[in-house]
Design a protein around this ligand. Structure first.
Ligand SMILES: *[C@@H]1O[C@H](CO)[C@@H](O)[C@H](O)[C@H]1NC(C)=O
Ligand SMILES: *[C@@H]1O[C@H](CO)[C@@H](O)[C@H](O)[C@H]1NC(C)=O
Ligand SMILES: *[C@@H]1O[C@H](CO)[C@@H](O)[C@H](O)[C@H]1NC(C)=O
Ligand SMILES: *[C@@H]1O[C@H](CO)[C@@H](O)[C@H](O)[C@H]1NC(C)=O
Length: 219
């Protein structure tokens, strides 16, 4: 009887409110890539986000397997640290060891920072365990499923992002020790990051710019 009531209760319970990112945060992550050609690869990185300036910076210890850092002209499949800057509406790819920087695309072609509400209209898939803690599990369908995991709490501002899985090939697991600030100057662009230095033709950036232009002209 209790079991029955419990099931009934759960099935009528409303889904949690959609995830909502804090305006400003820093979070480290581990990232796993899978591909038929290179198998499983792991790197780590740091995500800096500030919606008050709409800037984002993603540092990876090794950018080789990230499509933006790793499919980019003469940087194709090179092992090297890589930073993606999304600053002032422009996306730059920066390789600090070389150093080399190129302009990839802009918020005119879907290369801006994510909105804090980007998970709105996502599908709640239930409660699960992620990195050993109880978690909400969501999907935001894009060209493929994007699973999103966060700590479980009624109030979205009390939750912490735990993972993003771009099914089936790219999973980030975030450290739950979130910091609600970004280091001073973290979005200051290196002087070699300028819009006139466009990323090489053989780059995912070229596709992104063309896809964006197509979308724009379609509307
Ligand atoms: C990757 O992990 C190492 C070891 O913890 C750390 O020193 C480094 O800062 C991390 N790299 C990034 C880009 O977060
Ligand atoms: C959610 O859906 C509403 C209604 O279709 C739409 O206006 C809004 O842009 C969507 N938000 C996101 C983040 O997809
Ligand atoms: C990342 O990997 C390191 C080394 O294996 C581990 O100590 C750390 O807990 C991992 N962090 C996350 C967020 O998974
Ligand atoms: C897309 O449009 C922008 C703005 O009109 C233009 O600068 C850019 O060269 C175009 N990109 C491609 C790949 O056609």
């Amino acid at each position: 009887m209790w079991k029955y009531l419990l099931v009934l209760g759960l099935s009528f319970a409303a889904d949690p409110i959609a995830p909502h990112w804090p305006n400003t945060f820093t979070q480290t992550f581990n990232e796993t890539f899978w591909s038929p050609s290179y198998g499983k690869q792991v790197t780590n990185g740091t995500y800096y986000y500030d919606w008050t300036t709409q800037n984002t910076r993603v540092d990876r210890a090794n950018g080789r397997f990230d499509p933006m850092c790793g499919l980019n002209g003469f940087k194709i499949l090179v092992n090297s640290p890589c930073t993606l800057y999304t600053v002032g509406g422009n996306r730059y790819i920066y390789y600090p060891d070389d150093p080399y920087c190129c302009w990839c695309c802009s918020d005119q072609t879907h290369c801006g920072s994510l909105y804090p509400t980007w998970m709105d209209n996502g599908t709640f898939l239930g409660t699960t365990t992620k990195n050993g803690v109880p978690a909400y599990w969501w999907n935001k369908e894009g060209s493929q499923p994007n699973y999103y995991y966060e700590t479980a709490a009624t109030d979205p501002s009390k939750r912490v992002m735990l993972g993003i899985f771009e099914v089936p090939s790219d999973e980030k697991n975030f450290n739950s020790n979130i910091v609600y600030s970004v280091p001073n100057g973290i979005f200051n662009l290196p002087s070699i990051c300028v819009p006139s230095n466009v990323c090489p033709e053989a780059s995912i950036c070229t596709q992104l710019r063309e896809a964006g232009n197509k979308t724009t002209s379609d509307h």
